[in-house]
Design a protein around this ligand. Sequence first.
Ligand code: MRU
Length: 368
Amino acid sequence: MAQTLLAIKYQDQQLEILDQLRLPHESVYVKIQTAQDGFDAIRSMTVRGAPAIAIVAALSLAVELAQTELGSAEAERALILQRLAFLVESRPTAVNLANAARALGAVVEAAPADAAAIRAAYTAAAERMLADDVADNRSIGDNGLAWARATLGADRFGVLTICNTGSLATAGYGTALGIIRSLHTAGVLDHAYALETRPYNQGSRLTAYELVYEKIPATLVTDSMASVLLKTHPEIKMVVVGADRVAANGDTTNKIGTYQLAITARYHGVKFVVAAPTTSIDFDTPDGSSIVIEHRKPHELVTLRGPVVRDDGSLDVDDVRTVHVAAPGIDVWNPAFDIAPAELIDAIVTEKGVAVKDADGRFHLDRL
Ligand code: MRU
């Protein structure tokens, strides 16, 4: 299998991230040197995807600490906790960041009262998150493959996905796209379909880029084609999506468009599967009703950015422009996420195993 793309490069307390605003036409890494850089990269979506956001936030602070003079133990602890609280404010919906900040905060609280020891404990824990995420995603791929084989039989089948949940959204391999990778490697995948994922086009820009890069047979469709695609392509047996936050009852917040996919999958008798590490589970939130959904700026919906197409059809990647694609002055509603109710979800695949509902129709995520 081809080497998967690297969204996050980290070595010797140096951090670089692949600028996802410039993909797929340019591959440029940008340096992250402080927690403020991390915050800005997350808010601007230079890095995006729930697990990747959490890891970049954690490592941005590790890098900042490496360049900061040590003070007292008390000052070190206060600095780390203050910066973590700041980073959590960058984007509200994905819970991985809040879960990571809570776990790192606990490490700092538990460290001996010595500034160097506190810093070392923080850095080691942040670095472990990077390594753990890749390992967890590979397990999600294995678990998803095993579940699909057991549930859908031995025949090859097609899969539909939304947004970008691959190497670019995580520390590597991916969640929903990781399962698609595992199905492909095992010879079970017939074909992958990727939704464009308006308005930000994570599907056409990023997932399509990963699928082409890894030579996985795939087709891009617009979001409005999902229902007719399932109706006309009965070989598609599974819709697999990522998650930004899974409530304790299984209600799943994910990229806008996921809810309608869950409805149409149920109508067409297609399995609807969520792929997420347990760091995306929010046990403090009983169900989806109280989850804060991020609303993004109108310009993300009414503008498109990309290279100019020359008269002969080739792309001029040195001439990247923004164009406006709506009537000037029109009001815009731009929620970035929606919530697929647990009722419409057949399985939640995590690194610890696959949660399915009991006879009463309830998930028990705490038993994973
Ligand atoms: O707004 P984004 O691009 O950060 O949204 C990302 C998604 O919705 C993904 O599907 C989700 O984070 C899972 S990433 C493995």
